[in-house]
Design a protein around this ligand. Structure first.
Ligand code: AMP
Length: 113
């Protein structure tokens, strides 16, 4: 997998508004927020997209989900937030380093566009 802008954020080669970091993941505010809370949770391991994750990544993927839940709670949106993961350019993925969007603070429609 080639370097992405997210691996540069992990390596502190470019700045981001980081809200959480631990051994396995990093979370930072999206530079183009689509809601009052719009935070990206990414694994430090460079997985291109969910379709490229392996059985060994099960605990890591669960950790991303639970971290996203904790971040939403810490930001005051613990009871109403939306998680989005785009997998593939055809559905809107633009950065090919797996990430969860954690969104909250406004109404959301369904189905998503
Ligand atoms: P996706 O389209 O699902 O791949 O999401 C990629 C997200 O990364 C978009 O919402 C972008 O606004 C966001 N993004 C791109 N570059 C940066 C950056 N340097 N810092 C923070 N967010 C970024």
């Amino acid at each position: 997998m080639s370097d992405t802008i997210f691996s540069k954020i992990i390596d502190r080669e470019i700045d981001a508004d980081i809200v959480h970091e631990d051994e396995h993941c990093l979370a930072f505010r999206d530079v183009n927020p689509q809601a009052p809370m719009h935070i990206l949770v990414i694994p430090k391991k460079p997985i291109e997209m969910l379709a490229r994750a392996e059985a060994d990544d099960q605990a890591l993927l669960g950790h991303l989900m639970l971290t996203a839940r904790q971040i939403a709670a810490d930001q005051g949106y613990g009871e109403a937030f939306r998680l989005v993961m785009n997998n593939g350019a055809a559905v809107g993925q633009s950065v090919f380093h797996l990430h969860l969007h954690v969104l909250g603070g406004r109404e959301f429609s369904w189905p998503p566009g």
